[in-house]
Write a protein that binds this ligand. Structure first.
Ligand code: XBP
Ligand code: MG
Length: 256
């Protein structure tokens, strides 16, 4: 029986990567006078590294070794840069520019009303999660989501299963009683290796990525006006991935 939905944040709840984090990274580079710029194409590549701080370290090592004089200065500079980036990100989100993807709010409201537990398992920070949920749900999101696990609270970020295993521990549920919602290969790997069935809703950066092992892999949750499409356990699917649909897919995986 499906008892909880565990949501990834970036790319799944909203297109925060392209229009939020990427923009905020560039604003932070400009603010500290670095001549770095992450365009859309480069950012798609950099997203293979999960975690903003880790992404900055990777970029510095792979693309811009001259940015800092030595390793120690680079680590200090990158930590500061990441903090500045998240301040910019918080402002972008608070301005209302990061709307939930279609169908997300309806699914959250439906699942909450039906008594399912709601959780977040993300690579980003608790402050970034709070900013996005405050802007899209309101302050009462904290009463609705009983568990929020962020990347820095566990030893290893996605694609490791740590955030999901910790979410299960805090929920007090088994993996097969939950469903994860993810947008990326790393997120799918994290959910799958924790044993949680995973519904993938592709985001702008993961349109053609392989999603082997997903319970279903669809274009989004869809709405009645604009249905989603993709691959489900029963083959090609078009429709709205509302709670009834999620329950049907979940039941097909683990018939009782
Ligand atoms: C996605 C990430 C994050 C964001 C940036 O997290 O990898 O690193 O790109 O956020 P998820 P930070 O999809 O698991 O929500 O700068 O706070 O890391
Ligand atoms: Mg994601």
């Amino acid at each position: 029986m499906l008892r909880a939905l565990i949501f990834d944040v970036d790319g799944t709840l909203a297109e925060t990567e392209r229009d939020g984090h990427r923009v905020a990274f560039n604003e932070a580079f400009a603010a500290v006078g670095l001549d770095w710029h992450w365009d859309d194409r480069l950012y798609a590549e950099l997203l293979k590294v999960t975690g903003g701080r880790e992404r900055l370290v990777h970029y510095w090592q792979a693309y811009a070794p001259g940015g800092f004089s030595d390793d120690a200065e680079a680590m200090r500079g990158i930590a500061q840069l990441h903090q500045i980036k998240n301040e910019h990100y918080g402002r972008i989100v608070a301005s209302g520019a990061m709307a939930f993807r279609p169908g997300i709010l309806a699914l959250i409201e439906e699942a909450h009303a039906a008594g399912l537990a709601l959780a977040v398992a993300t690579t980003t920070t608790p402050a970034n999660v709070a900013a996005l949920l405050n802007a899209n749900i309101g302050a009462h999101w904290r009463d609705w989501f009983s568990v929020v696990v962020a990347g820095d609270e566990v030893p290893h970020k996605k694609p490791a299963p740590d955030v999901y295993l910790e979410a299960l521990r805090q929920l007090g549920l088994r993996a097969d009683e939950c469903m994860a919602l993810e947008d990326s290969t790393a997120g799918l790997a994290a959910a799958s290796s924790s044993g949680i069935p995973c519904l993938v809703t592709r985001c702008v950066y993961t349109q053609t990525d392989p999603m082997d092992g997903a319970m279903a892999c669809i274009s989004g949750l869809g709405t009645r006006q604009s249905p989603a499409h993709g691959e489900s356990p029963n083959g090609h699917w078009t429709g709205v991935a509302d709670l009834s649909q999620l329950r049907r897919w979940h039941a097909e995986l683990s018939p009782t």
